[in-house]
Design a protein around this ligand. Structure first.
Ligand code: 6CS
Length: 336
């Protein structure tokens, strides 16, 4: 090595060592398509990061890197820097995250729901500690829309779910919740749902209306039932080692981008459920969409206590703390 190259190398080391920002490409995978809720969130995040730093964000929608569990593994091992995964799947890794499947816990009112997600101590203080134990920096949790049940036979009460095989995400509490509803829950990764409905391996599933429409699940279902039991929650996180290694400036860019995308996604969802249901009914006029009355919902609602007790048994060491804090946060947000 010549004196000249040594000098150049030393200068480079000095400059890099002094914390000068390097333009990096960050890989971000999510569980949906670019034009679905998680994709809209991801695009806003990318736009914000790229507008406020020299870094580039490369987006990997559903299907490009495998199923939900695969993108989580890739993030934990550092192949990806960011992953959007829903507690429906993360619940098998972080048992406390199953709390989102206690039925009728989250409010239906959009404003109350937004306030809860924004201000919740469970979400903003406790969950980040639990995610950190799994090598993940929790950046944001956000709602994706009212969850609806799709089936081949009409549903008016638990008796109609007797032999119905309902696909659920791979989450033990969600399985318990559908058992309590009287159904036969079948946990499956997302990629197997459309085919499963086509072949009759499963008879139904649950998801928000936008997803039933965009993935054309209405083609393989006949009835949509609004039980009012849940809102789909999802979360953006980063590989913790990667995040901890960022400069304070870059950490702020990332957190600000996650916060801005949260506002965008709430706005994007205004009217989305009704628009999606209209599109479904246009594409398949014979489909029925039934909103159960409070009286019809009562037997489903009555299972909440039992599912809550199961959560306390299987929801990990901090289950009680999470449940209590969630309830306190919901009350503070104005949920009745
Ligand atoms: O049901 C599922 O598995 C999927 N549902 C939504 C709304 N997003 C991604 C997830 O994989």
């Amino acid at each position: 090595m010549t004196i000249k190259t040594l000098t150049t190398a030393s200068i480079a080391a000095l400059v890099l060592g002094s914390g000068a920002a390097m333009a990096d490409t960050w890989r971000y995978a999510f569980e949906e398509a670019l034009d679905e809720v998680q994709g809209v969130y991801a695009q806003k995040f990318k736009e914000e990061v790229e507008a406020n730093s020299d870094h580039e964000v490369q987006l990997f929608p559903f299907g490009t890197l495998g199923e939900s569990d695969n993108i989580m593994e890739q993030t934990q091992s550092g192949i990806l820097q960011f992953v959007n995964q829903s507690p429906g799947f993360t619940g098998s890794l972080i048992p406390e995250a199953q709390v989102f499947f206690v039925p009728y816990l989250l409010p239906q009112d959009q404003e109350t729901l937004a306030t809860f997600f924004r201000d919740s101590k469970a979400i903003n203080d406790i969950f980040p500690e639990l995610y950190a134990e799994q090598g993940l920096e929790l950046l944001k949790m956000y709602p994706e829309g009212e969850v609806m049940l799709t089936t081949k036979q009409p549903v008016e009460g638990p008796d109609d779910l007797g032999d119905v095989k309902v696909r659920v995400m791979t989450n033990p509490l969600l399985v318990e919740s559908y058992k309590a509803f009287g159904a036969t829950p079948t946990p499956l990764p997302w990629g197997e749902v459309y085919g499963g409905l086509q072949t009759g391996i499963i008879d139904g599933q649950e998801n928000p209306a936008f997803f039933i429409e965009s993935t054309r699940m209405y083609e393989v279902t006949d009835h949509i039932t609004r039980l009012g039991h849940n809102n789909f929650t999802t979360a953006l996180m980063a590989n913790k080692e990667f995040f901890d290694g960022l400069s304070d400036e870059d950490k702020k860019v990332v957190q600000d981008a996650a916060d801005t995308a949260f506002d965008t996604i709430l706005e994007y969802q205004q009217g989305l459920t009704e628009e999606s249901l209209e599109k479904i009914q246009e594409a398949k006029p014979e489909i029925t969409v039934t909103t159960l009355s409070e009286e019809q919902r009562a037997p489903f609602r009555d299972t909440a206590q039992q599912v809550e007790e199961t959560f306390l048994e299987i929801g990990g060491p901090r289950a009680q703390e999470i449940l209590d804090q969630m309830k306190a946060d919901l009350e503070a947000a104005g949920s009745s």
